[in-house]
Write a protein that binds this ligand. Structure first.
Ligand code: 5GP
Length: 182
């Protein structure tokens, strides 16, 4: 199924990145991670809920020995505006001292959420922290985050849904990414 537009509640969204383009880019990122983490046994740390499809497809491209872990935070609380308040719903249980961490995120928007997570992780003494994000809105950034090493797609500063991202809880199951029609 590849509709050109989708409607969720009161909003219409048009296709922005199709499923084939997403999968091709994930293969490229997998190759980069395999080259850069050979022998390092990284922890791939998914940030729920939005990461779940991206992470599932990405880890299938990772050949190096790695562990999988999750954290859950909320910052949009279902709407279209970042609330600049990060709620911690589920913390990482693993000891990450002396480990290489690759954070797997759906989207870096203002950077508030990532700044919060990176600072929290660094206090636990990992060897390195790197961010791999599906989407990045460079013009929305309000923080400097030099840990962002892998970006699948840079997009303009408009609200998107699909492939893990929701609007009012819906749309996470779409296999493509859609942009709101203003
Ligand atoms: P930040 O803290 O960087 O402003 O926002 C990060 C979080 O806000 C993301 O993990 C995601 O949950 C949510 N977010 C930011 N932009 C979008 C967007 O365009 N669409 C959706 N569905 N969520 C977004």
């Amino acid at each position: 199924m590849k509709p050109e537009t989708v409607t969720i509640e009161d909003k219409t969204f048009k296709i922005m990145i199709d499923a084939e383009t997403i999968q091709a880019r994930i293969v490229e990122i997998g190759i980069q991670i395999n080259q850069q983490y050979e022998g390092k046994k990284p922890v791939l740390l998914g940030i729920l809920n939005g990461c779940f499809l991206f992470m599932a497809d990405l880890v299938k491209q990772i050949d190096v020995a790695c562990e999988i872990a999750f954290m859950k935070v909320s910052s949009y609380h279902g709407g279209m505006e970042s609330k600049r308040v990060v709620t911690e719903d589920y913390d990482l249980k693993m000891d990450i001292g002396n480990r290489h961490i690759i954070i797997i995120e759906d989207i870096v928007d203002t950077g508030h959420t990532m700044r919060f997570i990176v600072d929290k992780l660094k206090a636990r003494n990992p060897v390195s922290v790197s961010i791999c994000t599906l989407l990045h809105k460079p013009t929305a950034m309000e923080y400097q985050i030099e840990e962002i090493n892998y970006i699948a797609f840079e997009i303009e500063n408009k609200f998107v849904v699909g492939y893990g991202l929701d609007y009012k809880g819906f749309g996470r199951n779409f296999n493509a990414i859609y942009q709101v029609v203003q």
